[in-house]
Ligand binder design. Structure first.
Ligand code: FE2
Length: 428
């Protein structure tokens, strides 16, 4: 058999030995210990390096990316000042402005191996400027990236004028998922109604749900339980995601235990966002300061599916970052106390296979025979080393086509008594 491409000696996550991977007509054709008698138009010797399915950014705001400093920098670094700055920037949004920034950020993510992105889009704008722009972007990037769009009511469904109508219009225009923001509505009752409305809309349009939920340090913010209950009552199991859930960090253990059981029963996915959670939560604390990330370790132990998002990239809430999901995963290791050896291996799943379950793309995702040949070859031999080094993404393929490559950086040391510079590899 003549293949289009063979990757030799590639290390799959959690596999004992490297494998040879043959690709034909955009799909994985053979994955086996060795393919010595086969040839291909192109061969890549992975030399034992790690090959993974594409990374997934399960939660980001592409309408706000790359706006840091516009019209001013966030001086306090807080969530509330971030929302204020965004409300100042929003009136100046234009179609071309949103498209240019989103397309640029997607280029960054794809170059680093992220080929699936779920972006929230702020629909609290009578003109829906950002949504119109991102609906076009979704089509324009199809050759390099699958983009899911969530109608996100940043200023509330009930607390913002015509919030209900704007959510509905977003669905009619082709927005893929229904969002919500119950903890930000003016009252507890309005927050509960926010969730109920998201479910009603999702049922009417047959869409999945991904709400920002309980993104606060307030231990009395308890809307995730409403999402789980609506999921069970509406029969939407597996189709619902609760994003952030940072208040869970501050719940007493007895309530958290009850809630986590309910989430598992309702098959609600949870998304944590290490960068934004780390800088935005705990801001009202003196000392000790809470970490403010949801209970990732306990959720996983209870059988709840958890994924990670980058959330912000150079916007009013998080000024840094370049859209690297491996960096988000590395930060989760620290914030979630998941530095045990197996825990570090598990973290890679939160930006790959577990995120694929959240986005409901598992039927065409993963390095398995007959599935689309989309993958990342990293300049590291294992997940452990990948999360330590954040190495170059040497080759990024989508549907059998190379769509990005990176040449790794090399460091050299110049000693006084040595004629030739010595390379520093950062490997023990
Ligand atoms: Fe968010």
């Amino acid at each position: 058999m003549q293949y289009d491409l063979i990757i030799r000696h590639a290390q799959l996550h959690r596999h004992q030995n490297p494998v040879d991977i043959a690709i034909k007509d955009g799909r994985f054709a053979r994955i086996t210990a060795s393919l010595p008698d086969n040839t291909a138009d192109r061969e890549i010797d992975a030399a034992g390096r790690l090959i993974t399915p594409p990374f997934i950014n399960a939660h980001v705001h592409l309408d706000a990316v790359l706006t840091v400093g516009q019209p001013r920098y966030n001086a306090s670094g807080t969530l509330l000042e971030g929302i204020q700055i965004w409300s100042e920037r929003k009136p100046t949004l234009t179609h071309e402005d949103v498209k240019r920034r989103a397309l640029e950020e997607i280029r960054w993510e794809v170059a680093q191996g992220t080929l699936h992105i779920r972006s929230h889009v702020d629909i609290c704008d009578p003109n829906l400027t950002a949504l119109r722009a991102l609906l076009e972007v979704r089509e324009e990037v199809r050759d390099i990236c699958d983009l899911q769009l969530v109608a996100f009511p940043q200023d509330g469904i009930l607390s913002f004028p015509n919030g209900h109508e704007l959510m509905r219009r977003a669905m009619e225009m082709g927005c893929g998922l229904v969002g919500g923001i119950p903890h930000y509505e003016w009252t507890r009752d309005m927050g509960v109604e926010d969730v109920h409305y998201a479910f009603a809309l999702a049922k009417e349009f047959n869409r999945d749900i991904d709400c920002h939920c309980d993104e606060t340090d307030d231990p009395h913010s308890r809307f995730t339980e409403v999402m789980a209950t609506d999921t069970l009552q509406q029969g939407w199991q597996g189709r619902v995601t609760a994003s952030h859930c940072t208040a869970m960090h501050s719940y007493d253990n007895a309530y958290a235990f009850k809630l986590i059981g309910l989430l598992a029963r309702a098959q609600v996915n949870v998304i944590a966002n290490p960068f934004d959670n780390a800088v935005l939560q705990g801001r009202f604390d003196t000392y000790p300061k809470r970490r403010g990330i949801t209970r990732v370790k306990e959720l996983l132990a209870a059988g709840v599916n958890v994924a990670l998002g980058h959330d912000s990239i150079m916007d009013p809430w998080f000024p840094l970052g370049r859209g690297d999901m491996l960096a988000a995963a590395q930060l989760a290791i620290f914030l979630c106390h998941m530095s045990g050896y197996e825990e570090i291996n598990d973290i890679l799943d939160l930006i790959t296979t577990r995120a694929a379950r959240t986005l409901r793309i598992t039927d065409h995702y993963g390095i398995e025979e007959d599935k689309p040949a989309s993958f990342v070859l990293l300049d590291a031999p294992s997940a452990f080393e990948a999360l330590r080094l954040l190495p170059a993404r040497l080759h990024v393929f989508k549907d059998g086509r190379e769509i990005a490559h990176t040449t790794p950086a090399h460091s050299f040391l110049h000693r006084q008594n040595e004629q030739e510079a010595q390379e520093v590899t950062y490997r023990p």
